[in-house]
Write a protein of this length. Structure first.
Length: 95
């Protein structure tokens, strides 16, 4: 497992808010696929899914996109991919 102090190079995976059912958007699937390709090519030793979180919206705050992207990444491209999940950002500058 890679931890934050060990990271010198990483692939930052930005997302976009999930739909109201918590499903990953199609455009985000493309980003996840590209991140997996870069990871497999040895560009960086870890992918950081960093995604949208809306704490003020009662319906949407249950979804943390970083977790949704991380789950999709592992299910679609393998559990051997190293990740450090960043689920608390609420905007692109916070990523």
């Amino acid at each position: 497992m890679i931890t934050h102090p060990d990271v010198e190079n990483a692939i930052l995976l930005h997302g976009h808010m999930p739909d109201h059912e918590g499903r990953i958007q199609e455009g985000v699937k493309i980003r996840v696929e590209r991140a997996a390709e870069l990871y497999r090519a040895g560009i960086a030793p870890v992918i950081i899914p960093s995604g949208w979180y809306m704490p003020k919206d009662k319906e949407l705050r249950k979804f943390r996109e970083a977790y949704i992207m991380e789950r999709y990444l592992h299910e679609a491209f393998g559990y051997d991919i190293e990740t450090i999940c960043e689920p608390y950002s609420t905007s692109l500058p916070e990523n």
